[in-house]
Ligand binder design. Structure first.
Ligand SMILES: O=C(O)CCC(=O)C1=CC=C[C@@H](O)[C@@H]1C(=O)O
Ligand SMILES: [Mg+2]
Length: 368
């Protein structure tokens, strides 16, 4: 295929419920949506998961737009692309900027699967036709409210509950959730809010039988996580620290984690995500698919990826109605009994809803 046109849209979508983490609260999700056209007219869609501020990783929506406009799109326009796996190689001169690369790589996977008449899940070698999913719940104003929101999620059927913790809002919250929900698969995500000075506190979490603790220490660390893992029983899951297959290899070798959260955007695309999945499978490290409050397009990519065999733990892929009044795809992503059916249709399996996309769009630019 040869790419002839890329349309970048900046969308702003109101979240049904504000999402609070150790670094702040979101009311809206602003992101870039990419529409990529190749010479025969096939269109693919990709989503940049970068936020509007650099608190999760260093990338933002604006840095992504700059990287796409000035470097990534010029490198890919009119080039012969035989397979989406080749994108990494074509972009190897650009360091990092994984979310920007991933946004266009996702659209190219979409085009490739349409042209080869298969679903994205099938093209990746996915084995499951149904995936189990969990839900990620932000920090709530009071413990009562936290219990109420978790209770709703359990009643909605989610297979695992993840809650955000931060210093001052940790042991007490987890203790009361455990008292109310003794048997629910529960985990905590700290988004790097602690350091090795907090070992004593983190050790206390062992008594609550959490399925794992996600990214307790620095976003770029694997050494301290290895030291911590030796001192706590709860398995550590790395999120922010894993940006490539190389990172995963090193973290596993050091014993920095027992589980890895794979996010397509964070690792630079579907191809790299699959490589990490395959390596973890070989090393008996379970993985699950993280979320970035994606719209339906990014969510569709996550669902296809999760159909791979070593995604043995429920991911953060909640249904469209958890996030939005109206999602930008048809049909929306539906969770029933904690499961999503993996679409068998050609491509990503969902249709972008152009009218709704236009309603949420606040800026557009076309590149030819
Ligand atoms: O998409 C979802 O529902 C998962 C949301 C979620 O937990 C996260 C999204 C973005 C950044 C973080 O706060 C967090 C995570 O670290 O996994
Ligand atoms: Mg996380």
């Amino acid at each position: 295929m040869k790419i002839k046109e890329v349309i970048i849209r900046h969308l702003k979508m109101r979240l049904k419920n504000p999402f609070s983490t150790s670094f702040g609260t979101f009311h809206d999700k602003e992101f870039l949506l990419l529409e990529v056209k190749e010479e025969k007219g096939t269109i693919g869609w990709g989503e940049s998961v970068a936020f509007d501020a650099p608190w999760y990783t260093e990338e933002t929506l604006k840095t992504n737009w700059h990287m796409l406009e000035d470097f990534i799109i010029p490198l890919l326009l009119n080039k012969e692309i035989h397979h989406p796996d080749n994108i990494t190689d074509l972009l190897k001169g650009i360091r990092k900027n994984n979310m920007a690369k991933s946004a266009i790589e996702g659209a190219i996977w979409d085009i490739y699967t349409q042209q080869t008449n298969q679903s994205l899940a099938q093209a990746l070698g996915g084995k499951k036709d149904k995936i189990e999913v969990g839900i990620s719940i932000g920090i709530q104003e009071t413990i009562e409210k936290q219990i109420e929101v978790v209770d709703r999620a359990i009643k909605d059927g989610y297979k695992r509950i993840k809650v955000k913790i931060k210093p001052g809002r940790d042991i007490e919250i987890i203790r009361s959730l455990r008292e109310h929900f003794p048997d629910v698969p529960l985990m905590a995500d700290a988004n790097s809010a602690y350091s090795l000075k907090d070992v004593k506190l983190l050790k206390q979490l062992d008594e609550f039988n959490l399925t794992m603790i996600e990214q307790p220490l620095a976003y770029d660390d694997i050494i301290d996580h290895a030291k911590l893992q030796k001192q706590i029983k709860t398995p550590i899951c790395l999120d922010e620290s894993i940006n490539s297959l190389e990172d995963a290899k090193k973290a596993i070798e050091l014993g920095s984690c027992g589980v890895i959260n794979i996010k397509i955007g964070r690792v630079g695309g579907i191809t790299e995500a699959k490589k990490i999945h395959d390596y973890c499978e070989e090393k008996n490290i379970p993985v699950w698919c993280g979320g970035m409050l994606e719209s339906g397009i990014g969510r569709a990519h996550n669902i296809a990826l999760t159909s791979l065999s070593n995604f043995v733990m429920p991911g953060d892929t909640a249904g469209s109605n958890h996030y939005w009044e109206q999602d930008i795809i048809n049909p929306e992503v539906v969770v029933e009994d904690g499961c999503i059916l993996v679409p068998q249709k050609v491509g990503i399996g969902y249709e972008p809803n152009i009218d709704i996309i236009n309603q949420y769009t606040i800026a557009t630019k076309i590149y030819r």
